[in-house]
Design a binder for this molecule. Structure first.
Ligand code: TXE
Length: 498
């Protein structure tokens, strides 16, 4: 199908993988393993160890030792820490093709997206946060405490790294989402235990290997593979962890939030979305709007937290815009991820495909009109046609629940108030897009949409300097940007009386 790079061929020749702890592979304490399956061929690529609580404990201890006040990592100047992160970004770039091929093998996504979003995105994020290591700052504060004998106060705050970070990541962007957590945590001076998704653990292991090759001291970045209920739960409940950062489903986010609270551990949660795209009848350029709506839902097979999965189109242009989006969907080439001309690859797993298909059935059962797609095009592989529904009832399951697949549902609206009411009628609030040439209308939407990210006249894209996170059930806290690095610090207030 494709010529794998030499590094990847060598990497995969191990066939079964343990955890990456303290700068080296360990065999793991558990006999249990998890198969990693190629979603395009349904063949097993390799197997990884299912991390036990002992494995997790070993990883957290290693991260704790690396975080010790006298450790080489803690003694490093911010500038040197920055150089290491730059070196890691260079390593990621150097092995771009290897990492991208691995992500495509385990996730199924298009290699061009793996190159740009996952690997390119990870390198960009590490470079961005490498620059932050030297810019973490506290404040000096005038306080009102009277001191006897002419003495004075010198009060200030300092930001300190919070400690060992448990990073739990999903499968949809295995490397870029990992980097949104690992890069700022390391920039702040923390150490990390990363638990990748059981669907996509291999790229995280190679990522840690490369970090070590770039010079990261042992124990600073550890990877424990495994599932959620055993490995993930052991990690989020470990008393040695000072901060849990999670991206995944709202259901799991709630469990993790409760567990973190039991240990009074800091937590940030980036959960799912049901993000609206709102197209007004005065949109600047309807072609661009249709392309933007299609890109917003079909990129990465719709497995994107900010995917614009429900589109609200003003009545006058409803049919026109929807016909244009349907034409784009029908022309999409469905193929395996290594096909450079493909537009849509397979979904990540059989289980996930079945879940998405059950939403399609629910759409039909609840009376939504299927305009395009809805079928599995091939016998082998977890493929699904790009699917478009039209619905009039905003309460239908497919309009309300995150499907996380290439399924778009379109609903008409009459005016701005109607669009806002429908868009905000959701338990989620991660992102939204608005398509109009009227700046007053755009700003009115920007101000009133209940969403953590709003894009006008463009699908949502991530940028290391633009915070990402959600309103309502879409999460707590923000990743990326300055907020993203300060999330891994804790504040100490100091007063020197002199
Ligand atoms: O997510 P989970 P899944 C949404 C999307 C998708 C649904 C289910 O709607 O269809 O979630 O996907 C780990 N303690 N998103 O099952 O369960 C798990 O091992 C600690 C949106 O993949 O949330 C994996 O590493 N960890 C999303 C990670 O959590 C636990 C991206 C995510 O798994 C755990 C992915 C536990 N008890 C899915 N249970 C987004 N926001 O982008 C599971 N995990």
């Amino acid at each position: 199908m494709v010529n794998l790079t030499q590094r990847l061929t060598e990497f995969l020749s191990a066939k079964s993988f343990g955890h990456f702890i303290n700068g080296a592979y360990t065999s793991g304490n558990s006999e249990e393993t998890i198969d990693v399956v190629n979603p395009a061929t349904e063949e097993t690529i390799a197997s990884v160890s299912l991390g036990s609580s002992d494995d997790v404990d070993q990883a957290v201890r290693s991260a704790k030792t690396a975080f010790d006040y006298n450790s080489p990592w803690r003694k490093m100047t911010p500038d040197d820490r920055g150089k290491l992160l730059f070196a890691f970004a260079d390593k990621i770039e150097e092995h771009k093709e290897t990492l991208a091929q691995l992500v495509t093998l385990e996730n199924g996504k298009l290699i061009k997206d793996a190159r740009s979003s996952d690997v390119g995105g990870a390198a960009k994020t590490f470079r961005y946060y490498a620059g932050w290591t030297t810019k973490i700052e506290g404040e000096t504060l005038d306080i009102s405490q009277a001191q006897k004998g002419g003495k004075q106060n010198f009060a200030f705050t300092r930001r300190e790294p919070i400690g060992v970070v448990a990073a739990i990541v999903p499968w949809n962007f295995p490397l870029s989402i990992a980097s949104w957590k690992v890069a700022p945590a390391l920039a702040a001076g923390c150490t990390v235990v990363l638990k990748p998704s059981e669907e996509t653990p291999l790229s995280a292991l190679l990522f840690a290997e490369l970090a070590t090759e770039a010079g990261l001291p042992p124990g600073v970045l550890n990877v424990v593979t495994g599932d959620g209920s055993t490995t993930g739960a052991a990690l989020t409940s470990h008393k040695g962890v000072s901060k849990v950062t999670f991206t995944g489903s709202t259901r799991t986010g709630k469990i993790i939030g409760k567990t973190a609270m039991d240990n009074v551990t800091g937590v940030s949660l980036e959960l799912g979305g049901k993000s609206p795209a709102i197209v007004f009848d005065d949109a600047l350029d309807f072609d661009a709007a249709a392309k933007g709506v299609a890109a917003g839902i079909f990129r990465n097979q719709g497995q994107v937290c900010v995917a614009g999965s429900r589109v609200y189109i003003q009545k006058k242009v409803f049919d026109k815009v929807l016909t244009d989006v349907s034409h784009i969907a029908q022309k999409m080439k469905i193929s395996h991820g290594f096909d450079e001309s493909a537009d849509l690859g397979p979904l990540v797993s059989k289980g996930h495909l079945e879940g998405v298909c059950s939403y399609i059935r629910s759409g039909l059962d609840e009376g939504a009109r299927l305009l395009s797609g809805g079928e599995q095009p091939f016998d082998k592989g977890y493929y699904l046609q790009p699917t478009i529904f039209s619905a009039t009832d905003n309460k239908q399951t497919i309009v309300q629940e995150e499907i996380f697949g290439p399924v778009l549902v379109a609903v008409p609206f009459t005016n701005l108030e109607d669009a806002l009411q429908k868009a905000n009628d959701s338990t989620m609030g991660l992102a939204a897009t608005v398509w109009t040439k009227d700046i007053s209308k755009a700003m009115s939407m920007v101000n009133r949409l209940q969403a953590g990210v709003v894009y006008v006249n463009s699908p949502v894209r991530s940028d290391p300097n633009l915070p990402l996170g959600g309103y309502k059930h879409s999460g707590i806290g923000r990743e990326l940007g300055k907020t993203g690095v300060y999330a891994y610090t804790t504040l100490k207030s100091v007063n020197i009386v002199y």
